[in-house]
Ligand binder design. Structure first.
Ligand SMILES: [Zn+2]
Length: 227
């Protein structure tokens, strides 16, 4: 009897490990710029271990922010790779790969570890967010990525203040601040918007969720801040 119980328990452990194996995401960090000043600064100030932990923390934060509490409502991603590369620009995400510029790390004045943490939250959002099957405005995609960065507490000093900007879909910080306003009208708004963007995009999503057109919401938002 005891033998059978042990066998059954070990079977359960194996089953749990198998299920975990199906759903677990692999994170791999590679510094291809290790001989450049930015690559050296990455190793000294940020490091692969911290970066990998940040990718995991960002993923958990994004799933929570998007209200994706099981595998069925998330993107099916098995592996995310982060590369520190000798390249121009800041960073980009494509095909579940995140590339961060070693030159940007080298030239950044200020708390570079905090800055790159914020960049990783933004780029990791691109890995997990829905894009309306390619139909969503690029500015909204970038705005949602920066909204996550904002909610995670990694707003950099160079961002615009709330109420600034010319268009709701200007992208990045401008759209992130606007989405934060929309989310203040209905907690979970951004999560609901992202869910709707799984299969397509329609500007009417704003009406369905908040009862007003996105243009009216933008006017209300600007008026709130006297702009
Ligand atoms: Zn982006």
């Amino acid at each position: 009897m005891a033998h059978h119980m042990m066998f059954f328990l070990s079977f359960l452990v194996t089953l749990a490990a198998a299920i975990e194996g199906i759903h677990a995401v692999d994170y791999v960090v590679t510094n291809t710029a290790g001989t450049t000043p930015g690559g050296v600064r990455f190793n000294n100030v940020i490091g692969s271990t911290y970066s990998r932990q940040t990718l995991i923390s960002a993923t958990n934060f994004i799933w929570k922010t998007f209200q994706q509490n099981n595998a069925a409502n998330r993107k099916n991603v098995q592996k995310v790779s982060l590369f520190i590369d000798d390249m121009d620009g800041v960073a980009f995400a494509s095909n579940n790969e995140i590339h961060v510029s070693a030159r940007y790390i080298n030239s950044y004045s200020g708390n570079v570890k905090r800055e790159i943490t914020g960049v990783l939250y933004h780029e990791m959002t691109h890995v997990w967010q829905w894009n309306g099957n390619g139909l969503a405005p690029g500015g909204l995609i970038e705005g949602i990525a920066d909204f996550v960065r904002l909610k995670a507490g990694y707003v950099p000093s160079h961002w615009v203040q709330p109420g600034k900007g010319d268009r709701w879909d200007q992208g990045y910080d401008v759209t992130a601040r606007f989405l934060d306003y929309c989310n203040s009208l209905k907690n979970g708004f951004v999560a609901e918007l992202n869910k709707k963007m799984r299969t397509g995009y329609n500007a009417n999503f704003f009406v369905q969720l908040l009862g007003k057109s996105v243009d009216q919401l933008w006017k209300d938002y600007k008026a709130k801040y006297g702009n």
